[in-house]
Design a protein around this ligand. Sequence first.
Ligand code: CTP
Ligand code: MG
Length: 397
Amino acid sequence: MKEPFLSALPIIEEIENAGFEAYFVGGSVRDYLLGKKIHDVDIATSAKPAELKTIFPKTVDVGIAHGTIIVIRQGQGFEVTTYRTEAEYKDYRRPESVSFVRHLEEDLKRRDFTMNAIAMDKTGSIVDPFEGQHALKNKVIATVGSADERFQEDALRLMRAIRFVSQLGFRLEMETEKAIEANAHLLLHISVERIMAEMAKMLEGPYKTEAFKILLRSGLYKYLPSLFNKREDILAALDYRISPLNENQIWLLFLYLSQTTSTDRELKKWKLPTKKIKALTRALDYLKLRLLHEWTAYELFKAGRETGVLVETVYETIQHRPVGSAAQRIYGHFDKLVIKARDQLAVTGNDLLVWAGEPGGPWVKELLEEIIKAVLNGDIPNDKQEIRRWVKACGLL
Ligand SMILES: Nc1ccn([C@@H]2O[C@H](COP(=O)(O)OP(=O)(O)OP(=O)(O)O)[C@@H](O)[C@H]2O)c(=O)n1
Ligand SMILES: [Mg+2]
């Protein structure tokens, strides 16, 4: 067995030594069987949280009502969850509390998709009562048992199904897709934060074009917080071009396509971090300029490298051109800028004050800006005396 399972093995062994069962479950087993990179291992056990606490001296309660604790071993944390069932799902969300059960199969039965309902013991043997391996082999996403029931237990699974399409390129089994359509409205019961977390993963997936198609076809898009939710026309027009774009690039493309006049409000509805909202709003302004003309040295300097790449990539997408060389082009442009940061300018605000012999004020910042523009545009070299001469000659001082 390999990492990261290897370092979690002692946890399973200690639980077994205490007379209980424990298995690797969920995404780690799925990704392992797919030969993909494994993020975090989840362990499911027949031991209840209180019993786990007698086995392990160091634990952290993270979701004890859901039966999840973190076991700390040699400074590393492992999520261990007691077998549980769907007895008390309410309001189409994860339940407030759960009923614990003693059999693995009962636990696997209430998981979302067959590919996520596979368990693996400490020797690497697979327990797969719902034919999850078959689904992996056939690249199919299918719910465990009744699709309506699974989506009604936790409507976030509607989004999860589609984000797995985006990440894995699998297709949805027919009943599962029909149930997404029939239950789409239940997404309204799910918090924006949880929807956003799935959306972020969806936007990073290599098969996002397909995911968007299903979002549209199933009608699920109508129940998203904003931006993607009203524009059937835009969603229908998205094609292979969006597949190389990352999350930020897609938000920017969408802001542009939607022609929204209230970027801030639309993005706030998704509860995006304020910093990200600001960055996207700023990028949208540069994108509008870029659509009018080629970057000027001053604009690129003001935008900065990262925003420059973001804007240029989306610009190329809008122009129906491949985005492959956008970043390199911006880096090349940026490298040629006479100054790349304000502190590289040969004069400071203080110099201006001394030259003018006048008290400070907004004029200092304004004049510095004029100088920066002139230096970047190549009107004057970045040299203190030359700048002084230029400022005087222009009558700016
Ligand atoms: N709404 C949900 C969320 C999770 N699960 C179950 O809990 C496991 C772990 O959940 P999570 O870590 O959220 O997702 P993963 O499938 O592990 O995907 P990822 O690789 O993105 O973590 C899933 O595999 C699935 O068995 C579920 O049944 N229903
Ligand atoms: Mg996981």
